[in-house]
Ligand binder design. Sequence first.
Ligand SMILES: [Zn+2]
Length: 289
Amino acid sequence: MTPLAATVVTYPDGALTGSSVVTHVTTLAGGRAGVVLESTPFHPVDTAWPDQPADTGVLRTPDGELRVVDTVTGGVHDEDLVVGADLPVRMGTEGWTFVVVHVVDGPAPAVGTVVQSEVDAGLRAALSAGHTACHLASLALDAALADAWKKDAPTDAAGHPAFDMLAIQTSRITAYGSTDVYRIGKSLRRKGFDPAALDDLRAVEERANATLAGWAGTPGAIGIHREDRTLAGWRTWRCELPEGAVELPCGGTHLTSLAEVEAITVALASAEVPGGVELTMTTGIRLAR
Ligand SMILES: [Zn+2]
């Protein structure tokens, strides 16, 4: 294949539509066609850290409308395009070019065709709200567990010991919510975390929810900042909390202001697992109307 350029992505700015040219088409496992565009508003699920699900929507070609049923990450290395679960490297790995692959229901348009992209706005809005809630909930959980640390630990964007970063196993954004799973085992205890802090989970939950209630409806701006517009470019999420601005790495999409938030609440549950405890945080967000 001819060398592919890295896909320019417009979803970090909130884009839902766009016009671009088809640069590559491929047949995916399962027989569906994968379409690569020069630029796209479609957010692909990340292979190594699949927190925010893929956008769906349509591509309009001169021949009609193609449903985009999934959007996945592709990597080009040694002239081979490797897609989705087969991608063996993390986003941004040197020597690889990263592209957005639109999985379409129907025959792929020819390379060189100009297509109009349109993302499902309802799904995107629900996932953006869920992703913002996920970040805010993890910061609120870190704050709620700040006294559980017996040693100096690395800190989060708000300056609290980074429980979320150090213990996270999986993070899944859902429509207007998220589910985060943490593991408290030997390595976290060695870093100074006292698991007794989780004995009264309701108290931890209440502290986190009180912090979140203090943030909901305040005027702070939320946005994704970047210098590189390609898929693998470094991007950060910035949110102006009442206590001050926080900034952390993020590849997803978000609300634009805390003023849009009516309420965010978390529920915590723990379970014994071999070698420690698994903590699950389920987060929900309600938007102001
Ligand atoms: Zn994020």
